[in-house]
Design a protein. Structure first.
Length: 278
């Protein structure tokens, strides 16, 4: 048996390239939030001058009590709600997208392809199959008449099954959604969002209605999406233990103001109680 020097050297070169590539991703800003405010018509100031940048590939957890502005912030980022003032920029493959200035409905739809969102409620169609629900994530990419009749291509169906495998639920592809547990339904919602091919995934308290075991499973798959696909994740959470387990970085809001932005290790139980006003 003989060995060539080439067969030994090549894998080493590839490993180096991957390492450099991963480093460059994590140092690149993908989202910039600059002094944003949101005041509702009845006068409540939900966001008060929030500013921070998010790097490509980060897993950022936002914490804060109910009413602190967490959900409002995420909805403003993908234009489900409009800002009162301030600016938000998405850096889309070196192209700077001024999110807060988008007015056109088509442009907002294109933005939401790049910034997918997962909600507390799963927003699935109960009587449809798991795969049918996942394919709904491709509606923005196909014509109106094809979407009406559910005419998805074989490639799109394979893509849907691929994402179901990624979140560990491919064996339920042809099961009706209303026969699934809450945790399983949230995993279907994640797969549906991945069908949009997002760069950023906004997750608004995705485990608030789940038991601890199901919560951990869903968070494990979100972390897997972040790690294996390189998708940037911004996730609202209430749980101190989940924050410690999954966050690379923590942002804390209180009464619409940003009061902490930094390492997860520095948030102890006392800090957590202070954030939640206890």
């Amino acid at each position: 048996m003989s060995f060539s020097l080439t067969s030994i050297v090549k894998p080493f070169k590839i490993a180096i390239k991957i390492k450099v590539f991963q480093y460059s991703i994590m140092s690149e800003v993908i989202l910039s939030i600059q002094n944003i405010t949101k005041t509702y018509p009845h006068g409540v100031k939900a966001l008060k001058g929030i500013s921070f940048d998010v790097k490509k590939g980060e897993f950022v957890v936002i914490i804060g009590a109910s009413g602190s502005g967490k959900s409002t912030l995420l909805k403003c980022l993908n234009r489900l709600q409009d800002l009162t003032s301030g600016e938000v920029f998405l850096f889309d493959h070196h192209k700077k997208v001024h999110i807060s200035e988008i007015k056109n409905k088509t442009e907002i739809q294109n933005l939401r392809k790049k910034m997918g969102m997962i909600f507390q409620q799963f927003n699935l169609i109960p009587r449809h199959s798991v795969l049918s629900n996942v394919l709904m994530g491709k509606l923005a990419y196909i014509s109106t008449w094809r979407s009406i009749f559910g005419l998805f291509t074989e490639a799109q169906r394979k893509e849907g099954l691929q994402y179901l495998r990624l979140v560990g639920i491919a064996e339920k592809a042809y099961t009706r959604v209303d026969q699934l547990s809450g945790g399983q339904q949230q995993r279907v919602a994640i797969a549906r969002t991945l069908m949009q091919n997002p760069q950023v995934l906004l997750s608004d308290e995705p485990v608030s209605s789940l038991d601890p075991s199901a919560s951990t499973v869903v968070m494990d798959y979100l972390k897997k999406v972040n790690r294996e696909l390189g998708i940037t994740i911004i996730c609202n959470l209430h749980s101190l233990s989940l924050m410690r387990q999954y966050a690379q970085r923590v942002i804390a809001l209180k009464d619409g103001e940003l009061i902490y932005d930094g390492d997860v290790e520095k948030i102890d139980s006392e800090w957590f109680a202070r954030i939640y006003g206890n």
